[in-house]
Unconditional design. Structure first.
Length: 124
């Protein structure tokens, strides 16, 4: 005696398979999203100028598209910088600093004073 599979049973099995694939893909997407958030947090906590700039961008609440446009870069490049996986050129940094109206905490003179020469050690 042969077994006949009802079309609804076959469709149900295919549906379950599609759902299982979708769940697996969603799980993978969540893992990638968590990793991206972890990179964003780590990069924004980085000490120094780059970390300060990342924090200023985040706290500005300005759309990333607007910041990227000012720096003449793609939003994806700005996001890579924010994640710490890419760097910006000095021109791009200058554009962002100007847009966000940022400044260094300690004024740096336009013409720095000449550095003192090292004293010559006595050979005796």
């Amino acid at each position: 005696m042969s077994t006949v599979t009802h079309p609804a049973t076959k469709n149900a099995a295919q549906f379950e398979e599609r759902v299982a694939r979708a769940i697996a893909e969603e799980d993978q997407h969540q893992v990638q999203t968590i990793a991206q958030v972890e990179r964003l947090m780590a990069a924004s906590e980085e000490p120094g100028f780059s970390g300060d700039l990342r924090r200023a961008i985040h706290s500005s609440q300005m759309p990333l598209e607007q910041i990227a446009a000012a720096a003449k870069i793609e939003v994806f490049a700005l996001c890579d910088f924010l994640e710490g996986t890419a760097e910006l050129t000095s021109g791009q940094i200058t554009a962002i600093v100007q847009l966000l109206n940022l400044q260094l905490m300690r004024p740096i003179p336009a013409t720095p004073a000449p550095r003192a020469k090292k004293p010559i050690r006595d050979a005796s």
